[in-house]
Design a protein around this ligand. Structure first.
Ligand code: HEC
Ligand code: HEC
Ligand code: HEC
Length: 205
């Protein structure tokens, strides 16, 4: 387990240097990186080097019907690790559709092996989908923010992105615990602008 994770992180570094974007493009060091593993490497920290994507407004989820059909109560979602295996497996096609990736976008050949993308996906469920909703109290799911793309942030202009964050992720969202939603909800205090890198190392709690 430990070794697999370490080599996955190593691949992440290689992919970051090669500027792999969402698993769609080949890294520039194909001799070192088998393409099946390269797709599981997160490139969040290197996205400045990746072709910019369009910043879009947030949506209420379009998948509420699918989620409720699995017996999920959107107002009281459990952490991912507490879902029945049957429900967890049926969520997978909704993950792939929301992010515009296939199963290999997150999983290594061994489905159970940890990967950085699986860890981030679990935290996105536990921290965003479970704990947040839109400002007008509609439920969120992966599609709300991702809208068919793994990468959704145009990081080329820090000021533009900060303003978009304020409108979209700060004012556009509310917390289910009733506390005020601020930048610190996600970025912590003091503000960590690259917290996804940390998420790859601590999925369970
Ligand atoms: C509140 C908005 C929001 C929600 C809801 C959300 N995400 Fe994300 N997610 C983001 C942002 C922002 C990023 C960083 C994207 C970027 O770098 O362009 C991200 C990045 C990721 C990444 C890392 C991609 C990479 O390799 O850099 C994964 C995997 C991911 N999300 C999975 C999910 C899954 C699965 C769900 C649903 C359980 C989900 N997300 C829900 C906002 C969201
Ligand atoms: C956005 C990332 C993501 C994508 C895409 C994704 N998965 Fe998953 N998958 C996860 C996470 C996170 C878990 C739960 C954590 C774990 O099992 O370690 C999981 C768990 C599973 C499990 C349960 C494994 C177990 O230990 O019981 C199966 C089976 C699975 N996925 C299959 C698939 C299939 C098939 C696809 C394509 C249709 C897919 N996944 C796409 C992230 C993803
Ligand atoms: C709902 C969660 C959420 C909230 C609230 C939020 N952000 Fe973010 N923000 C993210 C995610 C996810 C990323 C990608 C982090 C990463 O790559 O590690 C991000 C990235 C950023 C970045 C890009 C950093 C870079 O250089 O790539 C900036 C700037 C930023 N946020 C500013 C803000 C500001 C300012 C606020 C408050 C007005 C805010 N954010 C509120 C989720 C959020």
């Amino acid at each position: 387990m430990k070794l697999a994770l370490r080599s996955a992180l190593f691949l992440a570094v290689i992919a970051a240097c090669g500027g792999a974007s969402g698993g769609a493009s080949q890294p520039s060091v194909p001799a070192l990186v088998p393409s099946s593993s390269a797709t599981v490497a997160p490139s969040a920290s290197a996205s400045a080097a990746v072709a910019p994507v369009e910043l879009k407004p947030l949506l209420a989820t379009n998948m509420r019907g699918d989620l409720e059909a699995l017996g999920l109560d959107m107002a009281h979602l459990p952490p991912l690790s507490k879902l029945e295996p049957r429900v967890l497996r049926k969520l997978m096609p909704l993950f792939t559709k929301s992010l515009g990736v296939n199963c290999k976008g997150c999983h290594a050949d061994d489905i159970r092996a940890p990967t950085p993308r699986k860890k981030i996906a679990e935290k996105m469920w536990n921290e965003f989908v479970v704990k947040l909703r839109t400002a007008d109290e509609a439920p969120l799911f992966c599609d709300s923010c991702h809208q068919g793309r793994v990468h959704q942030l145009d990081r080329s202009d820090h000021e533009v992105l900060s303003r978009w964050m304020d409108v979209t992720f700060n004012k556009g969202l509310s917390r289910r615990d009733g506390k005020e939603n601020t930048c610190a909800t996600c970025h912590g205090e003091p503000r960590d602008e690259h917290f996804l890198a940390r998420w790859t190392g601590e999925a369970d709690h």
